[in-house]
Design a protein. Sequence first.
Length: 346
Amino acid sequence: MTGSLVYDSNFFQTSSNEEDEVTFTISPTLSFRTEGTRFKVIGQAALNYNTYFENSDFNGLGYQFSLEAQYSGAALTATASIDSSKEQGVNRYYGGLFVETLNMGAHLGASYRVGPRTTIDGGVSYSWSDPDQGNLSTSENLNFDLSAMWQATPLIRIGPGVSWRLEKGSNQADRETIGPMLRAQYQLSNRISFDGRVGLDFVDYQGGTGGSDTDFSCSLGMAYRWSEIWGMNLTVYHGTTADGSALGSATGSYRETTSVTVGYNRRIMRALWDIDMTYSMDDSTSPNGLFGPGSTDYFSIHTSLGMPIFANRANASIFYSWSQESGNALRDWSGHQLGFQISSSF
C-alpha cells in the first residue's frame, strides 16, 4: 500500500495557464513471486486512485499490471513479459492537456550460448499507447534485434548485431528502420557496470508521403558504486518516436529525442538520499516537410530522502522536483513539485 501527497506549482505545464494543484494518491498493490530451479515468475498488480483538490473533475482510477517469466538453463536463458497500465496526468508533449492514457506492452528476449565465449542474443518487443483525447495520436512500436556477443575478457562482452523497428501513429506515416548496431557490456563485481548499444538506422517512410533518411540510435547505461555508502549512474539515449501531440499528429511528425541523466545516491545513517538531473533535447521531423511542434530543451532536477519507519515495516520519503522547458511558444514553462510518500507491505 502506497499513499502520496504532492503539490505542483504548474499543474498544466504551460506559461499561459499556470495553476497550482494538490494531488492525493492511494495505491494498493499486490505482488507475487514463484521461484524454482530453472523457472521464476514475478507478477504485480496495482490500483491508483487520484484525488485533485483544485480540479475534482479529473478524479479517477488508474491501474498497473505486469507479469514476467524467466528461464535459466545450461545454454539458454530467456525472459518473457507483458504489462498494461492506465495512467492519468498532464503530459508535457500534449500542450497542457489532462489525459488518460492506456498502455500495453510485451517483450521476449533470449540468450543462447554457442561456445565457451560466444552467445547469440535476441529480442522482440511491442508497445501500444492510446490517449483518450480525440485530437491526439495513438502510437505503436515493434522492435527486433539480434546480436552475437563475444566474451573478449572476463569483464567485457562485445559484439555486432542488426536492429529492425517499425513505428506507427494513427496520424503518421509508418516509419521503418533497419541497420547495424554494436553492443558492449562491462561488469566488475557490483562496483562498476556498463551496458551500451549504438546503431545506424536506414529509415523509410511508408504510405503516400514516402521518403527516406539516415539516423542513429543509442542507449547507454553506466552504474558506479564506490561503497555501500554512495554510488552514481549515467544514462544516455537517442531515438525517434511518433509525436502524439495535437500539432505533431496533425502534421504526421516524429519526435527525435536526445537525453542525458546523471544520478547520485548516498546513504546517511538509516536514510537514503537520491538526486537526479536530466537534460533532454526534442526535435520534430516530418516526412511531408510540414512544420511540427518544433525544437525544445528540457531540464529537470529531482531529489528525495527516504528511510524506514515503524520498525522497518514501512518506508517514508519526501521529494522535490523542478522542471523547465523552453524553445518555442507552445512549450515554454517551468514549475516545481513538493511531496511526501509513505508505503508499507504485509
